[in-house]
Design a protein around this ligand. Structure first.
Ligand SMILES: NC(=O)c1ccc[n+]([C@@H]2O[C@H](COP(=O)([O-])OP(=O)(O)OC[C@H]3O[C@@H](n4cnc5c(N)ncnc54)[C@H](OP(=O)(O)O)[C@@H]3O)[C@@H](O)[C@H]2O)c1
Length: 431
């Protein structure tokens, strides 16, 4: 039985995990796909770097053509990261009829549709399970497990770094900058954490999830993004006092034919299934019309968890090879994209204001809300310093347009010293 030959682009955190799993699970792979799996060539930048896994130095190369144009390679595993250059490598590999497995969400969020159609035209598979939520099999869960259902809502904690930071801030009452530094020291946050803390990494994953879950091409630009950098200890204390937990949540919601996709700090009631997802863990809550509530939970990153998803994709490629159906399993989007506008996006909101501590101020604020038919669910008022009071309120459901108009009117009100913070508040599942 001839071995399946793998060409690995990258031998860092995920690449070394892939080599370990292929070596240590060879028996299981053999049993599932009926032939051995062999890593034949590995692309790296630096040939003399020390590696987390032992590999024969003869299989290392710095020339991508040794893999992407090599007639002996069946499957190219891309775990090097990057965008434009990486896309070119994969296009070349596809034109040389290689199947592709990638963990690269940046690439799939931007060039996914283009690469998938190139792969399908060339009779190649392109699988990317590890690109969203690392070791959690969420993409197969959506595409296969829930294939018969109509998914209306997905909510994801899909960035481990920000979940680690928010968990620590909430538990320990620490400031954002201090916890970020600790996360960097522990290796949970990169030295440049921008893509994580500004929500961009989560937005890429939500673009991939909503494209699959709603069967329409959602671009990265369609995802409204807000990060966690402005969240303060005070916000988290008030959230707890009101019975909420703060999380960076990706929300994808479909009503009728229209969808909204966003990533933003969100207050969840403590009873919400996602509220208990702690530290660097990831979870995706999926609501289907027939199945109801489901939740996928697990490690969203890390060498072996992510490599598990990558190698499982390789098994998928090999099963397709045996059946002779490579390139036929990608489902093209069924619907044209229709995005909701601000009058169609509804949510509750948390708002924290500093106002002059004078008679009539609260009545003026209430009037602005009631002029837009928005009422309050919860209100706290506390004096913070001489002549200044802090008002913290949670609204009932309001449209995004109404809420933004209310914020503008509040800013114009002389008695409002400062709008300290404002966050979306989620209830239970809203179909
Ligand atoms: N880390 C995770 O937990 C995780 C989870 C999910 C998805 N991912 C995704 O998986 C991919 C890899 O992540 P990683 O954490 O494994 O990255 P990493 O540790 O930085 O490893 C990248 C590897 O690719 C090689 N490489 C990078 N650019 C190259 C180039 N231009 N030419 C040749 N080799 C190049 C590097 O070579 P040298 O070693 O010689 O420098 C290194 O071996 C990324 O797309 C990431 O978003 C990672």
């Amino acid at each position: 039985m001839e071995a399946i030959s793998i060409g690995l682009l990258g031998l860092g955190t995920v690449g070394s995990g892939v080599v370990k799993i292929i070596e240590s699970h060879q028996d299981k792979l053999m049993h599932q796909v009926g032939c051995p799996v062999e890593v034949k060539k590995v692309l790296v930048k630096n040939l003399s770097k020390e590696r987390a896994v032992e590999v024969d130095s003869n299989i290392l190369t710095t020339n991508p053509d040794d893999i992407i144009k090599n007639p002996d390679i069946d499957v190219v595993i891309e775990v090097m990261g990057g965008l434009e250059e990486t896309k070119e490598y994969l296009q070349t590999a596809i034109s040389h009829h290689k199947h592709i497995v990638t963990a690269n969400k940046d690439l799939m969020a931007v060039y996914g549709p283009e690469l998938l159609s190139a792969a399908s035209e060339n009779g190649c598979d392109l699988f990317y399970e590890a690109s969203v939520a690392g070791g959690i099999p969420i993409l197969r869960g959506l595409v296969d497990g829930l294939a018969s259902d109509r998914i209306t809502k997905m909510m994801g904690i899909v960035n481990g770094t920000t979940n680690f930071i928010l968990t620590k801030m909430s538990k320990e009452g620490s400031a954002y900058e201090d916890v970020l530094k600790e996360a960097q020291d522990l290796g949970y946050a990169e030295s440049d954490p921008t893509a994580d803390v500004e929500g961009l990494d989560a937005a890429r994953k939500m673009a991939i999830l909503s494209t699959l879950g709603f069967s329409m091409n959602i671009d990265l630009d369609d995802v409204k993004v807000e990060g966690i950098t402005d969240i303060t200890e005070e916000d988290l204390q008030y959230a707890e006092q009101l019975g909420y937990t703060m999380k960076l949540i990706g929300i994808a919601h479909r009503e009728g034919e229209k969808v909204e996709v966003s990533v933003q700090p969100t207050l969840l009631p403590e009873s919400h299934p996602l509220a208990g997802v702690q530290d660097e863990y990831n979870a995706v809550y999926v609501y289907g019309e027939a199945v109801g509530e489901t939740m996928f939970y697990g490690p969203g990153a890390g060498s072996l968890p992510t490599a598990t998803a990558v190698v499982s994709d390789v098994v998928g490629v090999m099963k397709n090879m045996r059946l002779g159906v490579n390139g036929k399993s990608a489902v093209t989007p069924q619907y044209d994209k229709k995005l909701k506008d601000g009058s169609e996006i509804f949510s509750k909101y948390f708002l924290r204001l500093h106002v002059s501590d004078e008679v009539g101020v609260f009545a003026n604020i209430t009037t602005i809300f009631s002029d837009h038919h928005v009422s309050f669910e919860k209100i706290l008022q506390v004096p913070v310093k001489e002549k200044i009071a802090e008002i913290v309120l949670v609204t009932h459901q309001a449209s995004l347009d109404d809420y933004e108009t209310i914020l503008l009117s509040l800013r114009d009100l002389e008695a409002v010293e400062e709008i300290k913070s404002s966050y979306r508040v989620e209830g239970g599942a809203r179909r």
